[in-house]
Ligand binder design. Structure first.
Ligand code: NDP
Length: 321
């Protein structure tokens, strides 16, 4: 077993200097006995690095590290890492699974669902037009919410919405041979999707971005929703076909969209989403990383590596998430 003082860990990524320094501070505080290196150190002893902690690393950032035994992502979504092949194929890749992030995501989803259900976006528009108008009010239990993806984030969202009284169903990839979150009606696989959509007033997307889910939210998907439904995308911009969403909104088939993620970020100033009266734009803030909490998650995995214990949150590269 390698002693912790012997473990050299590299923090690498194309983040700003402030972000890098915030991570280093949090990681050093969580594991002072490990030897930490970062891109800021000119003389990283690459042959000694046993683990790399990465956030959007440069393509060659992990080359020439013969002792590398773990690549730990600071991000929950790892589609970029899988696409550019930065983590060597034989080295385990772990993703971020931070309880603080799941809690933030559940808050954002709850705000968006509640605002749609209780028409608070409409009331904000009415206020801008000095328009005093009372709209019909539904009970939470009469509102069907479908959560796409019941993983770390989607699972937390589904439970939070169910606790708030919504009629929540969930969709995932693998057949329901294991229990889903309590109180959530779970279905799996492509054949189940149309039926779930037909019964949903609001859809919350929390799928990972994979070849099977890229562009899933398209014209056919929107057509399967009942008239007046709304869409909340908190996962990745490339899940959504923008022109199809705009067409479904402009035809009146869909009521509203709440979007946190986009094909190009920052969202370009000329993009129609910015000024669309029934689109709410957030600047990818649905669940920001909590450095202290995430550092503890990272360090738990580094200690598992050191101790020869099972690694957590490993990515299944064949599956893509
Ligand atoms: P997980 O990997 O934990 O969960 C993925 C879920 O999606 C699983 O339930 C899985 O099914 C399901 N799934 C995967 N592929 C399919 C498919 N083809 N059909 C149906 N279901 C499928 O992901 P997370 O919860 O960690 O992340 C969800 C998303 O949130 C990601 O896109 C991530 O990038 C994004 N994200 C967004 C942030 C933001 O601030 N906006 C912040 C952090 C993450 P099964 O259970 O059967 O495996």
């Amino acid at each position: 077993m390698t002693r912790s003082a012997d473990m050299h860990v590299l923090l690498t990524g194309r983040t700003g200097a402030d972000e890098r320094d915030a991570w280093l501070r949090a990681l050093r505080e969580a594991a002072p006995s490990l030897t930490w290196w970062s891109d800021n150190d000119g003389d990283v002893p690459r042959e000694l690095i046993t683990a790399a902690v990465v956030a959007n690393p440069a393509p060659a950032a992990l080359a020439g590290m013969p002792n590398l035994r773990l690549v730990q992502s600071l991000w929950a979504g790892v589609e970029g890492l899988l696409a550019d092949g930065t983590p060597p194929a034989q080295v385990p890749l772990a993703r971020m699974d931070d309880p603080a992030m799941s809690a933030s995501m559940a808050e954002t989803a709850l705000w968006a669902v509640l605002s749609l259900h209780r028409r608070f976006f409409d009331y904000a528009a009415h206020q801008a037009a000095l328009d005093w108008r009372q709209l019909a009010q539904r009970r939470a239990g009469d509102v069907g919410v479908l959560v796409l993806g019941l993983g770390r984030l989607g699972g937390a969202v589904a439970m939070r919405l169910a606790a708030q009284g919504y009629r929540v169903s969930g969709w995932r990839a693998t057949p329901a041979d294991r229990a889903g979150p309590a109180g959530i009606a779970v279905q799996a696989g492509p054949a189940a999707l149309a039926g779930l959509l037909a019964a949903s007033d609001i859809v919350v997307n929390l799928l990972p971005l994979t070849p099977a889910t890229r562009g899933l939210l398209d014209a056919r998907f929107f057509a399967a929703l009942p008239e007046g439904a709304s869409v909340i995308n908190l996962a990745r911009g490339a899940h959504l076909v923008d022109e199809d969403l705009l067409a479904a909104l402009d035809s009146g088939h869909l009521d509203r969209a709440v979007l946190d993620v986009f094909h190009t970020e920052p969202l370009p100033p000329e993009h129609p989403y910015w000024t669309h009266p029934r689109v709410t734009v957030l600047p990818h803030v649905a669940a920001l990383t909590d450095h202290r909490s995430a550092a503890r998650v990272v360090v738990a995995n580094l200690h598992a590596l050191r101790d020869g214990a099972p690694l957590a949150h490993l990515v299944d590269r064949a599956r893509g998430y």
